[in-house]
Design a protein around this ligand. Sequence first.
Ligand SMILES: [Zn+2]
Length: 115
Amino acid sequence: MSELSGKALRDAIEERDRLLTQWTRKYPRAAKDVVAALRKVRFFRGDPDEYTCTMCEEQAVEWVLTDITEVEGPAVLPYSDDVNAYEPLCTPHAIPVCEERLGALNAWRFDSATY
Ligand SMILES: [Zn+2]
């Protein structure tokens, strides 16, 4: 994974926000579950800035869901109920992971009615 910085990082953040907005509009109910799941991670594990990024020496800024598989087979999930499925990451490391997940979630017809 290449290191993101400067303009590339700003562009990546913008792209992530765009994908996030797109996904949130498509699945407002699931988006609420994502927020609730992140609140749960903060409750049990604390704020991400209390940690060092798991991929470098920087201070972490976000909790990021890094799992992409579930018991029933490969699936990209919007969130996890397992607080240990999240890793504290710095922005340059968090963005590509989030972007990949959001891209997959937007491409895949995610059925929020099952929640
Ligand atoms: Zn990092």
